[in-house]
Design a protein around this ligand. Structure first.
Ligand code: AMP
Ligand code: MG
Length: 520
């Protein structure tokens, strides 16, 4: 395995002078050198061939002892110096001080085909930032991150990626429901990959400590390597940088809304500076379309991070980033203008995105109303988001009365008892049909276009859970089946009919399928 190592992070940024894994507060440094913890009996369960190729790693390489040892932290790539990053964050609205990579260890950065990638192990042992926790990860949360991050990539959603999923061979104690019933689970490690894992919190920590020198060094580094089009550091450049981060974060959350992804923990330490979906924890996929839904049990009371609130939460997080960058700019007006623009920008882009989901490719003023009514209808009774939008592509503009037949598979209840709901839908389909008359596409052409934005297969919560339950019994076939399925989420895969179906009833209230805790 020959990697083109170009580790700029630990060459250009201030390091913690102490190079041990002992838990501590780290100041005036972006990271600490650490050593991954060796594991009892590592075993690679799955590798993403696409990601390996991106890194210049051949399939044969991924089958070696060396690869296994690297991706489980049992061996260090020669001439590299693994490190954990220092960051802070607002958790559920409150400033939480230093957090940092408590169980993530960056191995190194490599450049392949002109793309820089940081490779990170999640669950490879304690770091200075582990606080009171163990630095480890369990199989269930690792399967979820591994499958979902690659699935999101194939859906066209900006995201960190995954290279491998492995068992550590160690047992890890977790209290899944936080109800005083800890039990041992299988330890696991995901090797994940992104151009950078920097988060809003990496900048916030320096601003909170009034360490403006380190703040500037880190912002300049970020612009130099990841926002290369912005030019040399200046107040103007910093503002443009903030504008770019804002736009990318907006695009990210717009994609989440499009595919029905709910992140679950949109704390500022989980907001990538590159606008990537990062840190897959108690995330979930909408089954019934519901603005109020969150998968995260920790957030069940306030539902701060519920589906309908995600775009607003990105904005809240951008406010925190703006505060952190302010010392470098010292003028609020520019930052405020960008923040104030976010809502307008979002509303415009959201409308366009929703138009594309229902096959409108021109703009008419009333579209917003049509879409708003659609969203209201989707809330009338539990209506499966994925099935609804996918089946909507079969609508024929000449046959509005067939509308409710086309979408009936999306309903969780039998609608025979609910004639008013059918009537409401029929009314909407008539308006939709009238609106479609302004579009030039034939029914077939419209369906083809709609099927490129409305996925047929998403990683429903119960699907991951089935893969996890099987993996727990050493059957890893479902991990691979779902991995392969989700490589082509927009393509009809007739042999996989069972995955284009509503959540089964047994999964409605099952742990891991409906709600998840942060325990991972
Ligand atoms: P999260 O909620 O997963 O984004 O994590 C918030 C913070 O807790 C981050 O600093 C994580 O690195 C840290 N953390 C989460 N789980 C663990 C763990 N098992 N061991 C050490 N640190 C952890
Ligand atoms: Mg996190």
């Amino acid at each position: 395995m020959k990697l083109n190592i170009q580790d700029t992070f630990n060459k250009e940024l201030p390091a913690d002078p102490i190079a041990t894994n002992s838990i501590r507060q780290v100041e005036k440094a972006c990271f600490s050198f650490v050593t991954p913890t060796k594991t009892a009996n590592p075993k690679v369960l799955h590798v993403s061939p696409e990601m390996a190729e991106n890194l210049g790693i051949s399939i044969e390489d991924t089958q070696t002892e060396f690869f296994k040892n690297i991706v489980t932290g049992n061996e260090i790539i020669p001439n590299t110096h693994p490190y954990a990053m220092c960051y802070g964050g607002h958790q559920f609205g409150n400033w939480a001080g230093q957090l940092g990579d408590g169980r993530a260890i960056n191995l190194t950065e490599v450049v392949h085909n002109n793309q820089r990638w940081a490779i990170q192990l999640k669950g490879a042992g304690k770091t200075p930032y582990s606080r009171t926790a163990d630095g480890l990860a369990v199989l269930r949360s690792s399967v979820r991150e591994y499958l979902c991050s690659e699935a999101m990539f194939h859906l066209g959603v900006p995201t960190t990626r995954a290279l491998s999923l492995s068992l550590s061979g160690d047992q890890v104690l977790r209290d899944v429901l936080y109800n005083g019933n800890p039990a041992y689970e299988k330890g696991a490690i995901v090797s994940r990959v992104a151009p950078s894992f920097l988060r809003f919190g990496n900048y916030q920590i320096f601003a909170s400590r009034q360490d403006h020198e380190s703040l500037k060094t880190l912002v300049d580094y970020t612009i130099k390597h990841f926002y290369t089009n912005l030019g040399s550091p200046s107040k103007e450049t910093y503002l443009q940088f903030f504008q770019e981060v804002s736009s990318r974060s907006l695009d990210m959350v717009l994609h989440w809304q499009r595919v029905g992804f709910v992140h679950g923990v949109m704390n500022t330490d989980n907001m990538s500076i590159l606008g990537l979906t990062i840190d897959y924890g108690p995330y979930g996929w909408l089954e019934g379309y519901d603005y109020g839904w969150t998968p995260n049990t920790t957030d069940a009371q306030n539902k701060r991070y519920r589906y309908g609130k995600q775009p607003e939460m990105v904005l809240w997080n951008l406010y925190q980033l703006a505060n952190a960058l302010y010392p470098l700019i010292e003028e609020a007006a520019g930052l405020e203008a960008i923040l104030e623009n976010y809502r307008t920008q979002y509303d415009e882009k959201y409308l366009d995105m929703m138009r594309s989901k229902i096959g409108l490719f021109t703009e008419i003023e009333d579209d917003a109303t049509l879409i708003q009514e659609l969203e209201e209808n989707l809330h009338l009774t539990e209506t499966d988001m994925t099935i609804f939008f996918r089946n909507l592509s079969q609508f024929e503009k000449e046959n509005p009365d067939n509308g409710s037949l086309i979408i009936q598979d999306a309903f969780y209840e039998s609608l025979e008892q609910l004639p008013e709901i059918i009537q409401t839908w029929n009314n909407w389909f008539h308006r939709y049909s009238t609106r479609l008359a302004f579009e030039k596409e034939t029914n077939v052409e419209r369906a083809q276009k709609m099927n490129l934005v409305n996925p047929k297969y998403v990683l429903r919560n119960y699907m991951s859970q089935l893969a996890i339950d099987a993996a727990d019994k050493e059957d890893y076939s479902l991990i691979d089946e779902l991995f392969q399925l989700l490589k082509n989420p927009y393509m009809d895969q007739p042999e996989s009919k069972k995955w284009f179906a509503k959540r089964p009833d047994w999964a409605r209230n099952k742990v891991g399928c409906s709600m998840l805790s942060c325990s991972s």
